[in-house]
Write a protein that binds this ligand. Structure first.
Ligand code: MTE
Length: 438
C-alpha cells in the first residue's frame, strides 16, 4: 500500500507565503490589509488564554441536542446530517470527533458511520442532477471565466476512468486539546483529542484527468477548489467559501475528485456529490462539496493558506511558518479512562500515522516498566497508518497511564512535548492516556 509522501507541501507553502508577504497576492474575497488585520487579531486571540476562535454557523443548526432525539434515535450535531451517537463521537460545535474506542474490532479503514466530521459551517444538501464542477481561469485554454466556465456534471465524472485510493484525512488541529491538557495552556479552535483523523477507501476520477479535459495549459501554476458550503465568518470577517490552492505538481499527481467513500456514494457530511482528496496533505486541502475550481497562471492565495493553517507565535517566522506534513501521532483503541482488569493479560491495540512517511516503529509504555516495542500489523506496512498491538499484564489496581510513540520513515518521532504554536496545529507529543486497573 503506497504512503503518499507529502514532501512538497511545506515547500509550496513556504514559497507562497513569501510571495503573499511580498504583496504578490491574488487572493479572492478578502483584501490583503484586512487579512493582515485579521491575522493580528487572531494571534492576539490565540494569546488570550482560555479564549476560542469563534465559529459562526451561517446555516440553521440541525438537531443541536446531544444524545438522542425525541424519537429515541441518535441525534446529530449542528449543521451535520448523520447520526452522532455518543458511543462513537464527541461533538464540538459543527464538528464531530471519532472516539478511538469506536475503532476497536474494526478493520483498516474507518467505517463511514464513525468517520470524523470537520465542518467550518454546515453540510449543504446538493442535488447531483443540477450540481456542476466548473473550471475557470487563465491556466486553461481560452481563459474560461467564473461565469462561463468549463463544466462537468456528476454523470460526466462517473463516466471518466475511475481510480481507487486508500487515503488518510486528518485535521491539522487534531490533538489540539493536549496543548492545553498536557502543556502550556489552551489553543483557540476545535478542541480535538486524537479523533480528528480517519482512513477511507476513496473512488473517483483523478483531478489531472479533468484538468486535461478542461484544457489545461503549460502556464498553470495553481489550482484552487472551492466548497459549496456556506461562507465562513470568523472574528466578524467573512472569509468566503472554504478554498485552498494546490500547486499544479500535486494537482497532476495523486489528487482525486472522489464520489465514493468505502464503496458507497459519498454521504452529505463527507462531501456529496464530489470532494477533493489530497493524499498526504493536511485535511483542509481535501475540499468537500467542490464546485468552482480556479486554474491559474499566477500563484493563488486564500485565508486558508495565509491566515489560517500556519504556525504563528514565538519561535515562528513573522507572517507564520508553514505547516508541512502532518505530525506523527499514536492512539490507543480504548476509551479515555478505560477500566482494565488487574491480573489478566490484555492485548492493547492502537494505530500510528504520519504525513511525512510510513510508520517504521512504535513503542508503548504502560507505567510499570520501560518503553517496549509494539508488534506492527505486517499487512499495513507502507500505508497511511499502521495498526499495532502490545501485551500488558496490569499487576496492581489503581490509576495507570498508557503512552505510545511512533517513528516514521524520515526518522520523525514523538517528543514528550509538542512545539507550541498559537493556533494549536500539528500536535506530535506523546499523549498520556489514563486508565484504571481494577
Ligand atoms: N471542505 C469544505 N468545503 N468545508 C469544510 O469545512 N473542512 C476541511 C476539509 N474540507 C472543510 C472542507 C477540513 S479542515 C478537514 S479536516 C476535512 O475536510 C474533513 O473531512 P471530513 O469532514 O470528511 O472528515
Amino acid at each position: 500500500m503506497p504512503h503518499p509522501l507529502s514532501y512538497d507541501e511545506a515547500d509550496h507553502d513556504a514559497r507562497r507565503a513569501r510571495q503573499w508577504l511580498a504583496g504578490r497576492a491574488r487572493g479572492a474575497g478578502v483584501p490583503r490589509p484586512r487579512l493582515l488585520e485579521l491575522g493580528t487579531a487572531m494571534t492576539a486571540l490565540a494569546a488570550a488564554a482560555g479564549e476560542r476562535e469563534p465559529v459562526a454557523v451561517t446555516a440553521d443548526p440541525v438537531g443541536a441536542d446531544p444524545g438522542r432525539d425525541a424519537t429515541g434515535r441518535d441525534a446529530t450535531g449542528p449543521g451535520m446530517v448523520k447520526p452522532l451517537p455518543d458511543r462513537l463521537f464527541t461533538r464540538h460545535d459543527t464538528n464531530a470527533e471519532m472516539r478511538w474506542e469506536a475503532m476497536a474490532g474494526q478493520g483498516y479503514v474507518v467505517p463511514t458511520d464513525r468517520f470524523f466530521v470537520r465542518n467550518h459551517t454546515a453540510t449543504p444538501l446538493i442535488d447531483p442532477d443540477t450540481w456542476r464542477l466548473s473550471l475557470f481561469g487563465d491556466g486553461l485554454r481560452g481563459t474560461p471565466t467564473r461565469d462561463r466556465p468549463v463544466e462537468f456534471g456528476y454523470d460526466d465524472l462517473r463516466r471518466l476512468p475511475a481510480e481507487r485510493v486508500t487515503a488518510l484525512v486528518e485535521c491539522a488541529g487534531n490533538g489540539r486539546r493536549f496543548f492545553a491538557g498536557q502543556q502550556d495552556g489552551p489553543s483557540p479552535g476545535v478542541a480535538w483529542g486524537l479523533g480528528g483523523v480517519g482512513v477511507a477507501h476513496w473512488r473517483g476520477v483523478r483531478l489531472s484527468t479533468v484538468l486535461r479535459r478542461a484544457g489545461l495549459t503549460g502556464a498553470a501554476v495553481d489550482v484552487m477548489p472551492e466548497g459549496l458550503d456556506p461562507e465562513y465568518v470568523t472574528g466578524g470577517v467573512n472569509l468566503g467559501r472554504v478554498r485552498r490552492p494546490l500547486p499544479i505538481g500535486k494537482a497532476l499527481d495523486d489528487v482525486l475528485l472522489a464520489y465514493e467513500m468505502n464503496g458507497e456514494p459519498l454521504t452529505p457530511d463527507h462531501g456529496f456529490p464530489v470532494r477533493v482528496v489530497v493524499p498526504g496533505w493536511i485535511g483542509i486541502s481535501s475540499v468537500k462539496w467542490v464546485g468552482p475550481v480556479e486554474v491559474s497562471a499566477t500563484p493563488l492565495f486564500s485565508p486558508w493558506n495565509t491566515q489560517l493553517y500556519r504556525m504563528f507565535g514565538p519561535g515562528h517566522p513573522d507572517g507564520g511558518g508553514e505547516l508541512g506534513p502532518q505530525s506523527v501521532k499514536s492512539a490507543f483503541e480504548l476509551p479515555w479512562d478505560a477500566r482494565v482488569p488487574a491480573g489478566a493479560e490484555v492485548l492493547l491495540r492502537g494505530r500510528s500515522w504520519s504525513g511525512g512517511g510510513p510508520i517504521r516503529s512504535v513503542q508503548v509504555h504502560t507505567g510499570d516498566d520501560g518503553w517496549r516495542p509494539a508488534d506492527l500489523v505486517a499487512e499495513d506496512a507502507g500505508g497511511p497508518w499502521q495498526r499495532w498491538t502490545v501485551r500488558w499484564l496490569p499487576a496492581k489496581p489503581g490509576p495507570a497511564t498508557l503512552r505510545a510513540r511512533a517513528t516514521d520513515a524520515t526518522g520523525a518521532g514523538q517528543p514528550e512535548r509538542a512545539r507550541h504554536n498559537d493556533l494549536g496545529y500539528l500536535f506530535d507529543g506523546v499523549v498520556r492516556h489514563p486508565v484504571t486497573v481494577c
